[in-house]
Design a protein around this ligand. Structure first.
Ligand code: HPA
Ligand code: ZN
Length: 338
């Protein structure tokens, strides 16, 4: 049964989104508009056909379409439009802070300049800060299906822009590409003062989460579902207060879970883990952050206190300074009482 007061609470709570691939926010309408504007041929005749193609059996199925979608992004303005469209949706869901992933290798491989990608995304984020009051951090991901050498080359390309990039992440095809493959790249990123996070335990085994912690020294874990299979790992994540960026609708659409009621959020909260709710690739998975909150709140019958905790975790798990986190926590308290 929908619970109206719980639903209203979700909508009015301030939130941070910590797991969002900006290229995964490319809605079919914008995909079409950019294909036309840039003269790029796409294998779909209509927006409906595009949406119908968004049916996936696993992560790789999705990634194949996700990388294909990127082909319409050619110019700085395209990255601006993509990011601005996401920020408007985030604002409508009362997202006050975003930590956005981008995949430079998905673009430089196609011949685009690193700067084109970075500048378009960043210009929109700056406008979002001024016009919408949404603060941001930018996280550059390495594609784990590519080599260590290519990751190092990407980090080299980023060197002139390190004052504009806040962290590094690790995404793309997980199984067969363990975190260990990128130990040295992440060590270099940490030495450069960058924050570090990595996708682990989405499809890959608990061992990959161990590696992300031990070898990459990540500050948080993206997804982390399969960490729950390992009791010692669960204790470690709880003791260290590590944040998990869970993506419920993504898990459902990528068949990581069979039913939204199987979302790990309930067990993570019960085990004292710092879970957060995020949309991952909302254009492909059927919902932005509030849709993810609503889906799990209903399926898992989350209490209002649990929903507030998830919103609080999104700020305390962010890379914001403690003073900013405290301000957002105050705003959450005001939203609860108001
Ligand atoms: N997992 C791994 N790589 C990704 C994802 C994801 O959910 N989205 C975009 N790249
Ligand atoms: Zn992701």
């Amino acid at each position: 049964m929908p619970n109206p007061s719980r639903a209203a609470l979700i909508d009015r709570l301030p939130k941070a989104e910590l797991h969002l691939h900006i290229e995964g926010s490319l809605e079919p309408e914008l995909l079409f508009a950019l294909a036309e504007r840039n003269g790029v041929a796409i294998p779909f005749a209509s927006v409906e056909e595009v949406r119908a193609a968004y049916s996936f059996f696993n992560l790789q199925d999705f990634l194949d379409i996700y990388y294909q979608g990127m082909s319409v992004l050619l110019h700085e303005q395209d990255f601006y439009d993509l990011t601005w469209a996401y920020l408007l949706r985030a604002d409508a869901d009362n997202v006050r802070h975003v930590e956005i992933f981008f995949d430079p290798q998905g673009h430089t491989e196609r011949g685009l300049a690193f700067e084109t990608v970075l500048s378009g995304i960043e210009r929109a984020l700056k406008d979002g800060e001024v016009q919408l009051g949404i603060s941001y951090r930018l996280i550059m991901c390495f594609l784990r299906h590519l080599s260590e050498e290519e990751a190092f080359a990407t980090l080299d390309q980023a060197m002139p822009y390190l004052d504009r990039i806040h962290g590094v992440g690790l995404d793309s095809s997980e199984v067969g590409h363990p975190p260990a493959k990128f130990s040295r790249v992440f060590a270099r990123a940490r030495d450069l003062g960058l924050h570090v996070t990595a996708h682990a335990g989405e499809e890959g085994p608990p061992e990959y989460v161990h590696q992300a912690l031990d070898l990459l020294e990540v500050e948080r874990i993206d997804h982390g579902n399969r960490a729950l299979e390992d009791a010692a790992l669960v204790s470690r994540i709880a003791d260290e207060g590590l944040t998990l960026t869970v993506c419920p609708l993504s898990n459902l659409r990528l068949c990581v879970i069979k039913d939204i009621a199987d979302s790990p959020v309930r067990r993570m909260l019960d085990l004292g883990l710092k879970a957060t709710i995020n949309s991952d690739d909302p254009a492909y998975f059927g919902g932005y952050i509030n849709a993810n909150f609503h889906a799990v709140a209903e399926a898992l019958d989350l209490t209002e206190a649990e929903i507030v905790k998830l919103a609080e975790n999104s700020f305390t798990g962010s890379f914001l300074p403690l003073t900013d986190q405290a301000r957002h926590l105050n705003e959450i308290a005001e939203a609860v009482h108001g």
